[in-house]
Design a protein around this ligand. Structure first.
Ligand code: GDP
Ligand code: IMO
Ligand code: MG
Length: 424
């Protein structure tokens, strides 16, 4: 059996959570492979909305086994709150029965979050506009080989090792003049959350997943963040600190690239970005505000207003290329409904006339060149069949298929679980 993957192709928040919640019913296992509580994957069920940060989006399917994989970083304090929140959302859920965690995933320690805040605010560092979840600090300590992993919580010297790191960071932040809660209260909250974590099966998830595939079970890998936020291929330094791509799914879960099946790439019909960094197709006018309001473009994780702009095909071609996307899942075309025409950036052009049609590191000094396409108007809440879509939207989808050389497999028509059309 193969593992399928769901990935964001832009700067995050493309609608991955909604899509995974829906298709996870066709899989035996859903596995998160990167990132941590910086993700915000919104799911709407029975008119109620919940945002998942660390928990895989298959959690509402009781028969689906959910995995927090090795490539992730886990903050036990945030995780505990999230589990309690999920249980409140649906009292019949028992996540401790269908969620397992990799022993090799790394901890996010409480001082990492404080350091994230400090670095964002200090003039000595570049301000990235992070979610302040301590993500970069956890991954950098992992690379430095100074961090603690989930499996370490069973070791007799775990407390001592954690305290050493906390004391080191606490001293640094105190010396830097940051106002902090007491170290005792930080430790107490952390170790209490670690005890809570121990009710979950923390195991060798690589062995679990590979065995499952061998036994013909189906696995869906859930990406968080997105291609343009990838640590290697994104718009560095304004990126996250993990591998958000298809190859990141392989390394983050310990699955061979030979075992990959479908790669679903999720993109909005326009672009959004939260945090700093280049965004060549950004709209600064009333239309940009209109899209923000109509699309409810406010960060699922931090509540920050998302920057909005037109679809960027050079960036999307790049994301499709590096991930080997096999089908596109287009979301939020309903948000553009009612516009007379919509723009798409087809390429970038420099002053000397040279052009770029495929660009992950978006050019600072080139002009985005737009093509205007006819807009569409429809009541998307009643469209249950692709044939009922307005002709202009059908043309838009065909245009994307030609430009990206992949099929549009699904069209999402609203935030609700059932608001999706299978196109192929
Ligand atoms: P994720 O991080 O990729 O899971 O995306 P988020 O949940 O952060 O942001 C996507 C937002 O758009 C959520 O509020 C979803 O409920 C909503 N959404 C998803 N698909 C659609 C769609 O097709 N149309 C509209 N209007 N909203 C959508
Ligand atoms: P999902 O999974 C959108 C952005 C932050 C910031 C940069 C680095 O919901 O799509 P970090 O906290 O990771 O160190 O922040 O990355 N960012 C996201 N933007 N959606 C996300 O996740 C994001 N996760 C991180 O805004 O610009
Ligand atoms: Mg999100």
């Amino acid at each position: 059996m193969n593992m399928d993957i769901v990935l964001g192709l832009q700067w995050g928040d493309e609608g991955k959570g909604k899509f995974i919640d829906l298709i996870s019913e066709d899989y035996d296992i859903t596995a998160r492979f990167n990132g941590g509580s910086n993700a915000g994957h919104s799911i709407e069920r029975n008119g109620k909305k919940i945002t998942l940060k660390m928990i895989p989006s298959g959690i509402f399917m009781k028969e689906v086994q959910n995995v927090i994989g090795t490539g992730t970083v886990l903050d036990p304090v945030s995780f505990k709150k999230e589990i309690l929140n999920v249980k409140q959302f649906d009292e019949t859920l028992q996540p401790e029965k269908n969620l397992i965690i990799s022993k090799k995933a790394h901890f996010v320690l409480p001082t990492y979050k404080l350091l994230d805040v400090f670095m964002e605010e200090s003039p000595a560092y570049t301000t990235i506009g992070t979610t302040k979840n301590g993500i970069a600090q956890a991954y950098s300590n992992k690379i430095l080989r100074q961090n603690v992993r989930i499996g370490d919580m069973y070791s007799p010297d775990f407390k001592e090792r954690v305290e050493r790191i906390l004391e080191r960071d606490y001293q640094f932040l105190t010396d830097a003049g940051m106002e902090l809660p007491s170290l005792e209260s930080i430790c107490e909250e952390f170790f209490d959350a670690v005890e809570f974590l121990k009710q979950f099966d923390c195991t060798e998830t690589e062995l679990f997943l590979n065995k499952a595939l061998k036994n013909k079970q189906t696995v869906l890998a859930e990406g968080s963040q997105a291609a343009l936020l990838d640590i290697d291929h994104g718009t560095y330094p304004y990126v996250t600190s993990s591998s958000t791509t298809a190859s990141g799914a392989c390394s983050g879960l310990g699955i061979s690239p030979k075992k990959i099946g479908e790669i679903f790439g999720i993109a909005k019909a326009y672009c959004t970005r939260v945090g700093n960094g280049i965004f060549p197709t950004e709209l600064f006018d009333e239309l940009g505000d209109e899209i923000r309001i109509k699309g409810n473009e406010f960060g699922s994780n931090t509540g920050r207003p998302r920057r909005t702009g037109w679809l960027d095909l050079p960036a999307l071609r790049y994301a499709v290329m590096i991930n080997g996307v096999t089908q596109l899942v287009l979301t939020k075309a309903d948000v553009l409904s009612g516009l007379k025409s919509v723009a798409v950036c087809t390429h970038y052009e420099w002053a000397d006339g040279t052009i770029e049609t495929n660009a992950g590191t978006l050019p600072e000094n080139a002009q985005p060149i737009f093509k205007w396409l006819a807009g569409w108007e429809a009541d998307f809440s009643v469209i249950k069949d692709a044939s009922a879509l307005p002709d202009a939207l059908k043309d838009f989808l065909s245009f994307l298929e030609t430009e990206l050389e992949i099929p549009v497999g699904y069209l999402s028509t609203g935030p609700g679980r059932e608001q999706i059309l299978k196109m192929k």
